[in-house]
Design a binder for this molecule. Structure first.
Ligand SMILES: [Zn+2]
Length: 532
């Protein structure tokens, strides 16, 4: 077996790392590890705030304070979005931008560390996507790197920003339009997952437009004079029926779904207003626009059938399908291999397996084998799926997403189950692993300027050779900052009682008095014992 020293030299040669860079990376990894409690507090704090898109006021206030205390200059309210901000530290090139989402999921309230459905507050939002962990990854990495850049007098600027309202794909196109990335060299985005990984090329998922169709009718007594009314709800229902028939004749790669935010007030009043909210997803810009045009046609037809008026369709969000940079992904993956997956304890695995069994999926537990670097998908391998507005960023400058292992495999997504691990040692260790990779990758690009050049070469000459970014948002569109206001106002007073207090409790699990892990009781009940 070769000695460790020889292995070290091999790694160094393979990645053309200087001994100085290798030593600084070693140092930054140790430093990130020493900040594990700081990372854990951020993860737990944001988990406890549990705020829906556009209403992340506590989360943003907390992060802005923390970044200011650590020497960052923060500009708030960017792109006309109250909870959006950008924090900057350093000087000179490269400018490296770190982003991660912060919003959560409606009705996903869940006690952490409990392997069955146990809401903290019935009906309240919760981090059922795990967006409470990414800022901890980015900020921990940034502070560890900052310490080194200061001491070594290295040039470089670090920018940090939140993905506000990602679940509504509501902001990143506006960040682009507002010029947030104008002088930035590359974006390192982080997102929770159940493994430590990254990828390059086209993502398998879709882009989308999120559109609100509102109809105006005429109210009347629904029994006394129904012939005098014109039901806006009828228009909504006929639009949905039309769409559901037409859907069969759309490409298999499309995904479309809707909810009815306004379906009228009460049955004895013919609904004078009604609206339906569609997510229209496809693989690329032309196909998304084609779907949007088709939905418009069906909406107009529904208005004609019901003698109601279709109001101008309102875009509430949008996303380009992502395409990630080969050079950054390959550089990052070398660091992923060095960091590896966290060491899971028996308690971690017990929670994961108990939850998997509770959901009726194979109880494979937590990931113990590192994902490979997925090569670019071929066009026929793209079958459609979810969306993330990091796609808009990725078509404006070299970008990758680092996926870090803070969650449990085989979960449904956008669900209470996805919140269970998110304030437990699984999330904490996953975030620390992610922060190590992030910090090492920042150092790579700070100390090897040729990598920045190569990343831009791929961006200009491969990725955008034939495809040019055109925003899906129109000139007249504005961020839909009013969304979720009412829901958050309804639940926030009760949720406040559960905010994490790190001065009193080491972890959020301690504060809630939850035994880790808690499984479903023998009598089938699911408790967990969370008290404010
Ligand atoms: Zn997400």
């Amino acid at each position: 077996m070769p000695s460790l020293h020889v292995l070290f030299l091999v790694v160094q040669a393979a990645t053309s790392q200087s001994p100085r860079l290798a030593a600084l990376k070693q140092e930054v990894v140790t430093d990130v590890a020493s900040r594990a409690q700081f990372t854990q507090q951020m993860v737990d704090q944001i988990f406890s705030f549990a705020e829906l898109g556009f209403q992340e006021t506590e989360t943003s206030r907390y992060l802005v304070d923390l970044l200011r205390k650590n020497g960052f200059t923060v500009r708030e309210g960017i792109a006309g979005i109250p909870t959006a901000w950008v924090a900057t530290w350093g000087a000179g090139k490269p400018v490296i931008s770190l982003g991660s989402d912060i919003d959560d999921i409606p009705q996903a309230s869940q006690k952490p560390g409990v392997a069955c459905h146990a809401p903290m507050i019935e009906g309240a939002p919760g981090h059922g996507e795990g967006h409470n962990s990414g800022q901890a990854v980015n900020i921990t990495a940034a502070l560890a790197v900052k310490k080194i850049l200061e001491r070594e007098h290295l040039p470089g600027t670090i920018q940090i920003w939140p993905g506000v309202a990602e679940e509504l794909v509501g902001t990143k196109a506006y960040f682009v339009r507002d010029g947030l990335f104008k002088d930035v060299d590359l974006v390192l985005f982080s997102h929770v997952d159940d493994n430590l990984s990254t990828s390059w090329g086209d993502v398998s998922g879709n882009g989308l437009v999120s559109v609100l169709y509102s109809f105006q009718g005429r109210s009347a007594h629904a029994a006394g004079a129904p012939w005098r009314g014109r039901s806006a709800l009828d228009a909504v229902e006929l639009m949905n029926i039309g769409w559901n028939y037409r859907r069969e004749h759309l490409r298999l790669q499309q995904r479309s779904h809707y909810v009815i935010p306004d379906g009228g007030d009460q049955p004895n009043v013919v609904p004078p207003t009604a609206s339906v909210w569609y997510y229209l997803r496809e693989l690329d810009y032309p196909h998304i626009q084609e779907m949007f045009a088709l939905a418009d046609t069906i909406a107009r037809a529904a208005a004609m059938m019901t003698s109601t008026t279709l109001l101008p369709p309102k875009i509430l969000g949008s996303a380009w399908p992502g395409h990630f940079n080969k050079v950054i992904a390959e550089t990052m993956y070398e660091n992923i291999k060095q960091v590896g997956l966290p060491e899971w304890t028996d308690a971690d695995q017990k929670l994961a397996k108990a939850l998997q069994r509770d959901l009726g999926v194979a109880d494979s537990g937590l990931a113990t084998k590192l994902d490979t670097l997925r090569p670019a998908l071929k066009p026929n391998e793209r079958t459609g799926g979810g969306s993330d507005d990091i796609g808009d960023v990725s078509w404006n400058l070299p970008t990758v997403t680092l996926r870090f292992p803070s969650n449990i495999p085989r979960l449904p997504g956008h669900n209470w189950a996805n919140a269970i691990s998110m304030a437990t040692p699984i999330a904490h260790k996953g975030a620390t692993a992610g922060a190590k990779v992030m910090a090492m990758t920042i150092l790579d690009f700070v100390m090897r300027p040729e990598l920045v050049t190569q990343a831009w070469d791929y961006f200009r000459n491969v990725q955008t050779k034939d495809i040019r970014y055109q925003p899906l948002i129109r000139q007249q569109d504005r961020p839909a900052i009013e969304l979720n206001r009412d829901v958050m106002a309804r639940y926030r007073p009760e949720m406040r009682k559960f905010y994490y207090d790190p001065k009193k409790y080491r972890t959020y699990l301690d504060q809630l008095g939850i035994t880790y892990p808690t499984e479903r009781a023998a009598d089938g009940s699911c408790a967990g014992g969370a008290t404010p």
